[in-house]
Design a protein around this ligand. Structure first.
Ligand SMILES: [Zn+2]
Length: 285
C-alpha cells in the first residue's frame, strides 16, 4: 500500500516541481493500492505542484457522439434513432467524465470543489490550480484539441505531460501536433447531441492514437522525457512544447506517420487514403 508521501516523492523524483502546469493522463490501477485511493493520488499531485501550479485532466464525454461523417459510418435510420436515444445530453456541472476512456482520476478531480471545467460537450477538460480559469475558459468548439484548446494553452504555459501508468498511445496532447502539422485527416467532422437536445456538427474530430507509440523511441533518443515509477506505475514526464514540436516536425515529413497499422482500423485506413490523395494532389501542382 503506497502512502500519499510515497506518491509525492515519486512525483518529485520523476521531475514534477512546484509551480508546474501538467496534463495528467493516468491509470490508477497501474499505480496500485494507495492510502486514500484516488483522492490520495490527487492530493499527492496537488502537493507536488504547490499553490502556483496547475493540474489538467481530460474529462471527455464521448457517449454524446451520435454519428461520424468521416470516416463514413453507414447506419440505418433505425440504428441512428437507437444511437441517438442512447446518448446523454452534456451538462458541464453534472455530466461525469467517461472513465472508460480517461480513467477514474479526472472524475475525482472534476468533483473537487475548486475545479473548473471547460464547456465542450465532448472534449472538456478539468483544471485545478492557480490558472484553472485560463485553461478552461472560452475554449473552441471546432478542433477541440487544436489551437486555443486547453492543451494549446498548456503549450503556451510551457507545461508538462505526465503519462501515469498509461502507454504513449494515451498522449492526447499529440492531436495538437497533428493539427499544427496540417495533416489531411484532421478535418473530419462528427455530429453530437447538445445539452439543449439539438444535433450539432463539430469539425476537427481527433482520430486513432494507437500509432502515437511510434514517437516514444524518438522521445527517448532525444533525451526529451524522464521515466520513473509512481507507486507501481511505469510513468513518463516530458515538456509539452518539446513533444509537440518533435511530433509536428515528424508529421511534416510523413503526414501519415502516426496512423496505426491495423488493417481493420477504419479511422486510420480512411485517414491514410486522405493523406495519399493530398500527396498526389500536391505532386500535380
Ligand atoms: Zn488506427
Amino acid at each position: 500500500m503506497w502512502s500519499q508521501q510515497d506518491i509525492s516523492s515519486h512525483l518529485h523524483a520523476i521531475g514534477l516541481r512546484a509551480g508546474d502546469s501538467v496534463l495528467v493522463l493516468s491509470s490508477l490501477r497501474a499505480v496500485g493500492a494507495t492510502v486514500g485511493g484516488a483522492t490520495g493520488v490527487l492530493n499527492a499531485l496537488l502537493d507536488a505542484i504547490g499553490p502556483d501550479g496547475n493540474l489538467l485532466f481530460p474529462s471527455f464525454t464521448l457517449g454524446n457522439i451520435v454519428t461520424a461523417k468521416c470516416p463514413p459510418l453507414i447506419m440505418s435510420p433505425a440504428d441512428e434513432r437507437l444511437a441517438a436515444a442512447l446518448t446523454t445530453p452534456f451538462d458541464a456541472q453534472s455530466t461525469p467524465a467517461d472513465t472508460n476512456f480517461v480513467g477514474a482520476l479526472p472524475e475525482i478531480a472534476r468533483r473537487h470543489p475548486d475545479s473548473y471545467r471547460s464547456l465542450h460537450p465532448l472534449y472538456s477538460f478539468v483544471a485545478l490550480g492557480a490558472d484553472s480559469e485560463f485553461f478552461t475558459k472560452a475554449t473552441p468548439h471546432h478542433y477541440p484539441l487544436g489551437s486555443e484548446s486547453p492543451i494549446a494553452r498548456l503549450f503556451q504555459k510551457d507545461g508538462k505531460v505526465l503519462l501515469l501508468g498509461v502507454p504513449y498511445s494515451a498522449n492526447i496532447a499529440l492531436h495538437l501536433a497533428e493539427i499544427w502539422a496540417e495533416v489531411p485527416y484532421t478535418r473530419r467532422t462528427l455530429n453530437y447531441r447538445t445539452s439543449g437536445d439539438q444535433m450539432c456538427e463539430m469539425m476537427g474530430v481527433p482520430g486513432c492514437r494507437i500509432g502515437f507509440c511510434r514517437l516514444e523511441p524518438l522521445m527517448k533518443q532525444s533525451r526529451l522525457q524522464r521515466a520513473g515509477t509512481i507507486g507501481s506505475a511505469s510513468s513518463r514526464l516530458f515538456s509539452m512544447r518539446m513533444a509537440t514540436s518533435l511530433a509536428t516536425t515528424y508529421l511534416y515529413g510523413e503526414p501519415s506517420g502516426l496512423l496505426c497499422r491495423n488493417p481493420e482500423c477504419d479511422r486510420c485506413t480512411t485517414a491514410r487514403k486522405l493523406c495519399a490523395t493530398a500527396e498526389s494532389t500536391s505532386d500535380d501542382t
